[in-house]
Design a protein around this ligand. Structure first.
Ligand code: GDP
Ligand code: K
Ligand code: MG
Length: 269
């Protein structure tokens, strides 16, 4: 059996999709120690796939209870695939999380939900271009309207059989250079597939991750110097360097992939 987690922002349609995919074969409990609902079920049309509905999140920073649960789960459990459920009408915010999910090194599929609402707004997403830019499978659907659930199912089955691998999004050269030096420092302690995630978190001075890695004082010193150099170059704090790099990347994807037909009609006349 394979395990697939639905991750995404709050109200992106995860639970609606979960219910459609699993029907009545669900188990509803709580996450250990907290009263946040945990739902797990089997895919109606393929009982070999178990689906988990993760709590809604905007980032993989451990600020909220939901973020802590989802982050812990994504990093520590053995998942076969993440389906990133995005609200297509709120794509910018969704993609900001997509980049972070990519950085976990887990196989990922992007589900562009709420296509019915997007259409009503006169907007369109160029799915093929987005696939090309992010190097991962992208599926358009409407969970509430039961549109293209079969397409998503097929992509999930393919994703489990042959997990998609992708290059990480590459940010500003100066940031990449700091991250690659940090990765070198961490390479003995972290699995290769998780190196990108840990390098970014260490760069952001994430306290939980710093503790977890138990860095030597020599490593801590080297890493502090790398971060300080980057902060001088950017004249900014390390965590906002990363935030800005992600927003720039998202802005690029948005400008390449989102078509507003109202604009098109105006410029064509
Ligand atoms: P979650 O927080 O990610 O679990 O989101 P929910 O599944 O609770 O959905 C949030 C709201 O969006 C609900 O009112 C759903 O009925 C609605 N919704 C989910 N999918 C779609 C969709 O494809 N189209 C439309 N129009 N509404 C949707
Ligand atoms: K909700
Ligand atoms: Mg939900």
């Amino acid at each position: 059996m394979s395990l697939i987690a639905l991750a995404g922002n709050q109200n992106s349609g995860k639970t609606t999709l979960f219910n459609e995919l699993t029907g009545s074969s669900q188990y509803v409990g709580n996450w250990p120690g907290v009263t946040v609902e945990k739902k797990i079920g089997r895919l109606k049309v393929n009982k070999q796939l178990a689906i988990l509905d993760l709590p809604g999140i905007y980032s993989l920073s451990p600020y909220t209870l939901e973020e802590r649960i989802s982050r812990k789960y994504l990093l520590e459990e053995t998942l076969d695939l993440i389906v990133d459920v995005a609200d297509s009408t709120n794509l910018e915010r969704s993609l900001y999380l997509t980049l972070q999910l990519l950085e976990t090194g887990l196989p990922l599929v992007l589900a562009l939900n709420m296509q019915d609402l997007l259409k009503k707004q006169g907007r369109k997403i160029n799915r093929k271009k987005m696939e090309y830019m992010l190097s991962l499978p992208v599926v358009s659907l409407s969970a509430a309207k039961k549109e293209n659930l079969a397409g998503l199912t097929k992509t999930m089955e393919q994703g489990v059989a042959d997990p998609p691998s992708y290059p990480y999004p590459e940010y500003d050269d100066r940031l990449e250079s700091a991250l690659s030096m940090i990765s070198t420092q961490l390479s003995g302690q972290v699995a290769p597939s998780k190196l990108r995630y840990y390098a970014l978190k260490v760069f952001e001075r994430d306290e939980k991750v710093q503790k977890e890695l138990q860095l030597s004082s020599h490593q801590q010193k080297e890493i502090s110097e790398i971060i300080a150099t980057a902060e001088q170059l950017f004249d900014d704090s390390s965590d906002s360097i990363v935030v800005n790099a992600r927003y720039d990347y998202v802005a690029q994807i948005m400008s390449m992939c989102v078509v507003d037909e109202n604009d098109f009609q105006m410029s064509a006349s």
